[in-house]
Design a protein around this ligand. Sequence first.
Ligand SMILES: [Fe+2]
Ligand SMILES: [Fe+2]
Length: 273
Amino acid sequence: MKLLFLGDVVGRAGRTAVRDRLPAIRAARRLDFVVVNGENATGGAGLSPDHARILLEAGADVVTLGDHAFDQRDMLQFVESEPRVLRPLNYAKAAPGRGARVYDAPGGRKVLVAQALGQVFMKRPFDDPFSALDPVLKQHPRGGLVQASLVDFHCEATSEKNAMGWYCDGRASLVVGTHTHVPTADARVLPGGTAYQTDAGMCGDYASIIGMDREEPLRRFLTGMSKGRFAPAEGAATLCGLLVETDDRTGRATSVEVFRDEPPIADREALPS
Ligand SMILES: [Fe+2]
Ligand SMILES: [Fe+2]
């Protein structure tokens, strides 16, 4: 199966790039299944139902969230009615929606998608993600009733993401980190057949500080004081993530490739200085 995972979509720049460019990418690469992390697609914090629909209509089979899952309050109801949107497994016991689900892929195949939140350096405490994921992976062994399984591990610390990669090696087809918005250079297939990358990077304007206008974060670093809210950067977006091929019989990843789709040249020239 050919899978594409796209990292955190940030603001209007990110979501219009997904809307405008994902359909052609999906067709040209003959993708079977696409997962997009949408936790920052609305104003940089959360995902509104309208913006979730944009990502789904562009070709996402599943949209994952993150620590910002419910920053847009409408998501509390929407996540219950739209099974293609997943919130983290260990967000909170009473949170609406689900953190893992099995989806249909072309040719009668099935794909498990799960998302968990890390605990290290996160602003709020979340339950142990390892013990949250373990029963999900046991219940849906890859190569059994599901042909492939994808884990979006949303956290701050490289060490925790690394640990999750090894914890799931041999059980998931892909473990990919999200949340830090900058792609890491370690995409590889672990010995047990689990594709892994510490962070997928974001789909947003990289002439920014992790997707946000540079001014306010720089002010806070330089002066220790805030003057306003963070606002998503509005320049043309680069789409970042990874492409994974899996063996339907075993569910093992057979290859992984960093995916990066730069903005069209005309849009790049319009980037703010
Ligand atoms: Fe994010
Ligand atoms: Fe996040």
